[in-house]
Design a protein around this ligand. Structure first.
Ligand SMILES: C[S@@+](CC[C@H](N)C(=O)[O-])C[C@H]1O[C@@H](n2cnc3c(N)ncnc32)[C@H](O)[C@@H]1O
Length: 309
């Protein structure tokens, strides 16, 4: 089965990266290479694109469909390792831009075997990198009620976190939890019968467990800081996030280095002593209606762009 991914906000991503011919760019979230393909179209004969993804199916796709292009290289790794990866390629030379299109790809969601979907039955897996040992199920078996509750609250902002955590441990004790649908039904039963939200009750818990298993926020924090040292002055960082926790982190990071820490207005501090490293680039944060109509995934996408000073 060839699961496909329709890349979001292509035009704004390209505008945000401000690509120069002959430049070196890193697509940290290759997926099925939708954004990579558009970057390759603009970097010219002497440009370079290094793509990263921790998923072996993304790697297979890159090696099958992109390997003939000698401007392209692929690394299966965590993107937090970008500094080490770059040492391998261009020693101490800085790059011109980084793209992060965060979260899971459509092929990861659509293939029930990957365990990300609460709509199709599959093993409770949720690993982007299937070489790591801990699946969602193995963690739920090992964790105690408080640990599960904390993950559901912190990464899913789930109101019924304690009830769901309790119910998960009960189901595990009775050997009644092994598939995504088992978990989705269990969560639904923890919600009040008159719940009017249009969202599936499993949405927040699945998001929380996925973020935890794949260390998504740790990864994001590390790469944002790394970008400050590996990109040339005038080079860009473009980030697309799909939930508020990530978007908040990106926004805070850009504000921290473009506005600086809050300083009381009467204290005289020169701008150049405020450690400002970034310039915020104003590009619409949300996808247009046309983009959303063409690709429903764009509905929750938030784009943020910053330039290295
Ligand atoms: C939304 S998809 C990217 C889709 C891609 N832009 C395209 O056009 O096909 C996100 C991809 O990033 C990968 N990914 C997420 N977090 C990662 C991390 N910390 N390190 C490496 N890859 C990661 C996932 O495996 C997934 O394939």
């Amino acid at each position: 089965m060839n699961y496909l991914h329709n890349p979001v906000m292509i035009e704004k991503v390209i505008q945000g990266l401000n690509i120069i011919s002959g430049g070196t760019y890193v697509d940290c979230t290759f997926g099925r290479g939708g954004h990579s393909k558009n970057i390759l179209d603009l970097i010219g004969e002497n440009g370079k694109l290094i793509a990263i993804d921790k998923d072996s199916e993304a790697e297979n796709h890159a090696r099958t469909y992109f390997a003939n292009d000698n401007r392209f290289s692929f690394e299966r790794n965590n993107f937090s390792q970008i500094t080490k990866i770059l040492e391998k390629y261009n020693k101490s030379q800085k790059i011109n831009g980084v793209l992060l299109d965060l979260g899971v790809s459509s092929p990861q969601i659509d293939n029930p075997e990957r365990g990300f979907s609460f709509q199709k039955s599959g093993p409770l897996d949720m690993r982007m990198d299937t070489n790591i040992n801990m699946t969602a199920l193995s963690w739920l078996k090992k964790a105690n009620i408080d640990e599960i509750k904390d993950v559901l609250k912190t990464y899913g902002e789930e109101k019924y976190a304690f009830k769901i955590a309790n119910s998960i441990k009960e189901a595990i004790d009775r050997n009644m939890l092994s598939t995504t649908i088992d978990l989705a039904k269990l969560i639904q039963n923890c919600y009040p019968k008159n719940n009017k939200s249009k969202k599936n009750p499993a949405t927040k818990s699945f998001q929380a467990i996925r973020i935890f298993i794949n260390k998504e926020l740790d990864e994001l924090e590390k790469i944002l800081e790394a970008c400050l040292k590996i990109i040339v002055s005038g080079g860009r960082i473009v980030v697309i996030s799909f939930h508020s926790l990530e978007d908040r982190m990106v926004k805070k990071f850009i504000n921290k280095y473009s506005i600086g820490d809050d300083v009381p207005s009467k204290i005289p501090i020169l701008n150049n002593s405020r450690n400002l490293l970034l310039k915020k680039i104003k590009i619409p944060v949300k996808a247009s209606e046309d983009e959303i109509n063409a690709n429903i995934r764009a509905r929750s996408a938030r784009l943020r762009v910053a330039e290295i000073i």
